[in-house]
Design a protein around this ligand. Sequence first.
Ligand SMILES: Cc1cc2nc3c(=O)[nH]c(=O)nc-3n(C[C@H](O)[C@H](O)[C@H](O)COP(=O)(O)OP(=O)(O)OC[C@H]3O[C@@H](n4cnc5c(N)ncnc54)[C@H](O)[C@@H]3O)c2cc1C
Ligand code: FES
Length: 335
Amino acid sequence: MTMHPVTLLFADGVSRTAEAAEGQKLLAVAESLGMNLLTDCSNGQCGTCVAKCVSGSVELDEYDSSVLPDDEKEDGGILCCVARVRGPSVIEMPYDASEASGEEAPGQAGTVVEVQKIAEEIVRLLVDVATPVNFLPGQYVRLQPEGLKEPRSYSMANESGATRLVFYVRIVPDGEFSTWLLDEARPGMPIEVSAPRGSFFLRETERPRLLIAGGTGLAPFLAMLRKIANGVQPEVAAAETRLLIGARTGRHLFALEELKDLQARIPNLHIEIAAETDVPDGCAKGYPTDLIGTGRMSPDTQIYLCGPPPMVDAARAASIKAGAKKSEILCERFA
Ligand SMILES: Cc1cc2nc3c(=O)[nH]c(=O)nc-3n(C[C@H](O)[C@H](O)[C@H](O)COP(=O)(O)OP(=O)(O)OC[C@H]3O[C@@H](n4cnc5c(N)ncnc54)[C@H](O)[C@@H]3O)c2cc1C
Ligand code: FES
């Protein structure tokens, strides 16, 4: 078997080298060094694992080119989760080695409790676990039903500390998890639930917040709003929270009753909704980014964007144009 030296260079100057087999996945090479590189989707769809191949060659399996455009790839950009070693290489990570060290916390066995279609292309999945899942509102877990080769990531919409987890899943055509959910998932079935993950979570500050959701990108915001309604300092709860929701059609909207309830409990919460077609009363026609407005945004506004990559990228650009600081924008890309 042909072996190649692979060096991982971290932002704090730490470098680690391993011998990797030809074609070995980069994540497995890092694991052989006792490191867990940062990932979210693990299948080339979100952009969390972007790094740079500064020397040598790696090959990328299939990925979404909207998260790694061709010009960035030509400059050495790679997605670690789909990268395979094809020669001696040096890979530069945009974060410190300490962020990639350590074992991942163990997950637990879960049981499917309910699978219910609640809107066009949207299914609510309830999963029970034995040990309460404590997480920061906005974080996600990886779910792996029996028979699925790789787990998929889904954000909890429920409150932290519960043993019943609530997920909102958009059904994508021919998707593996989507197909399982539609055709096979039944109450009582086992499903593996990872420990909570992710850096997209509510920062408990007294500054204004702008949350923009596309489709099931609303799920982590439901967990954040529940936290604001139930368990933060009064000054944090009192800060203005603006939630902009986008849906393909009025039939794709979901969780509207829950939102009404949250609005009644959070005095300074403002919700605006846009749908591209089939627009219900009280909603705007178009995209959630159209709702940001042209007025100057306070530069201390904290911005949270979650949904399909094109929506997240458009919302990021529109927020910056409206006066937001780049450092105050948090993104979670669902594919
Ligand atoms: C941090 C994070 C949190 C997330 N949270 C949520 C959430 O709360 N709700 C939610 O709905 N989604 C969420 N997602 C997205 C979710 O993880 C899945 O990516 C999504 O549900 C699709 O999974 P799937 O297995 O059904 O599709 P996949 O099997 O992953 O397929 C995705 C798409 O690629 C296409 N495809 C697959 N294989 C091929 C192939 N060989 N050739 C060509 N095309 C192919 C499929 O047709 C499909 O359109 C999240 C993602 C991340 C990263
Ligand atoms: S973790 Fe690699 S693209 Fe999502």
